[in-house]
Write a protein that binds this ligand. Structure first.
Ligand code: NAD
Length: 437
């Protein structure tokens, strides 16, 4: 099969966020720190966390568990309450009487506001990026430009200009010998690794078609009402899931895990066309911003292989999270790590240890820094993010799109300004009317 490279022109949002205290500059915090600089094993690795929600807290714990030489030195969240909460919780868990503290975040290194990430990056050797997806390209670029190793949660962007920026940052990380580990955690899961090895070794013959679904009930209801927020911008960022500019829509935020497995099965070769449908049937209230609640997308590769990708957020309906891959000799149930022939006989099943993929990805990140052999997951994290964005665009517009058109899309979902003011958002997309940009 022909490889379609994920490449395009340079661009984008090379800005510093608007902030009252925007005096920190990238030049001032730039300090090259290639992998191997910590090869001694006992050197302290200073860790900084940006984005103190559920995943950020988890990532910080995993970083501290991964390597006894790590210390959490700085924390940043756009909201002060979230940063303080994380600091308290991690300090309680990791600082034990009679032992050296693992969390040394002080009043001076616990940051909030739009520029929190610059201050965290300045203090750290390794930065954990776990905010709302919109900010990832901006934060990753700053971290890599400053010469820091990165753990980068998925998705890595919400629009094509964001993906292009992350592609550049990933290349820059490679050139600087920095470690870049993606939060697409299934790629670190022992059972999935063994299953994909079987596929690559020909256990099901040639792949013919694939099906993945992420049918779930939805996430949290808006967490904070408008009357409890000081601005519309605060309201949207507190309730980021429901705004396309912040989450990318739920197929980008969540279904990316399934799409990434399809991409993995195809050896990270990208699909050629993307088409399908989507809409908003259940989550219609204005409090749910402008995202859809279901998508049905078909991805077609140059050799004719198709992936049928469905996802929805409908409460009280059947839930199903599965990935199936069908080949000329058999079929795979990826989540069950099981391969069957067409008579239904199980011809292979993984029976190894389960393993905590979240912990494993951090173990590998820190081992990679210590060994001086930098991991770089940039290629697939960009491709899988763009695959999800392409599905959203096909669903929003109702048009058949090509990969190249999506990759070169000019649609930039960024707000006019990063300020605590009003922030008008586009109406809910209407297929057939919403244009591809
Ligand atoms: N790999 C996985 O399995 C997995 C699981 C859950 C979440 N995630 C990803 O992790 C990210 C965070 O998800 P979550 O569940 O922790 O959400 P969350 O809402 O619990 O936390 C997000 C945090 O980011 C903060 N934030 C928003 N903008 C910020 C900015 N500009 N600077 C600093 N902080 C900012 C928010 O205030 C919030 O505290 C998302 O991208 C999500 O897709 C990945």
């Amino acid at each position: 099969m022909q490889t379609t490279p994920l490449q395009t022109e340079s661009s984008r949002r090379n800005f510093l966020a608007t902030s009252a205290a925007g005096a920190v500059t990238l030049a001032a915090i730039s300090r090259p720190l290639h992998a191997g600089a910590f090869a001694a094993g006992s050197d302290l690795l200073k860790v900084g966390l940006v984005g103190c929600g559920g995943r950020g807290l988890g990532a910080a714990e995993q970083a501290l568990n991964a390597d006894p030489g790590t210390e959490l030195v700085a924390i940043g969240d756009i909201f002060e309450d979230a940063a303080e909460r994380a600091r308290r919780s991690l300090t309680r868990t990791y600082n034990k009487e009679g032992a050296a503290p693992r969390v040394t975040v002080s009043d001076d290194t616990c940051y909030s506001g739009f520029d929190n990430y610059l201050r965290v990056i300045e203090k750290s050797d390794v930065v954990l990026l776990a905010t709302t997806p919109h900010f990832r390209p901006q934060h990753l670029r700053a971290a890599v430009e400053a010469g820091k190793h990165v753990f980068c949660e998925k998705p890595v962007a919400v629009d094509a200009p964001g993906v292009r920026s992350v592609m550049e940052s990933s290349e820059m990380a490679k050139a600087k010998g920095l470690v870049l580990v993606s939060g697409l955690c299934w790629r670190y899961h022992p059972g999935k690794l063994a299953t994909f090895e079987q596929i690559k070794n020909g256990a099901i013959g040639d792949i013919v078609t694939m099906q993945c679904c992420y049918m779930a009930g939805g996430v949290w209801d808006p967490r904070r009402t408008r009357d409890k927020c000081d601005s519309e911008m605060e309201y949207q960022i507190r309730n980021w899931y429901y705004y396309t500019w912040l989450s990318g829509d739920f197929n980008v935020e969540q279904h990316i895990h399934s799409l990434d497995k399809m991409m993995w099965a195809m050896n990270d070769q990208v699909p050629e066309t993307i088409s399908g449908s989507g809409g908003r049937q259940v989550r219609t209230d204005a409090k749910y911003g402008n995202v859809f609640d279901h998508f049905d997308i078909v991805y077609t590769w140059p050799n004719g292989v198709k992936a049928f990708a469905r996802c929805r957020h409908w409460p009280n309906c059947e839930n199903e999270v599965e990935d199936y891959i069908f080949g000329t000799k058999g079929r795979v149930n990826v989540m069950s790590h099981k391969i069957e022939d067409f008579a239904g006989n199980v011809i292979w099943k993984y029976d190894g240890p389960d393993g905590d993929m979240y912990q494993i990805e951090h173990n590998e990140l820190f081992a990679s820094i210590r060994s001086g052999q930098p991991i770089n997951n940039g290629d697939y994290m960009c491709k899988s993010t763009l695959m999800a964005i392409a599905g959203r665009m096909a669903g929003y517009t109702g048009q058949r799109l090509t990969w190249d058109a999506v990759l070169n899309s000019k649609e930039d979902l960024s707000p006019k300004a990063y300020e605590w003011t009003d922030n008008p958002v586009p109406p809910v997309a209407i297929p057939g009317k919403t244009p591809f940009v």
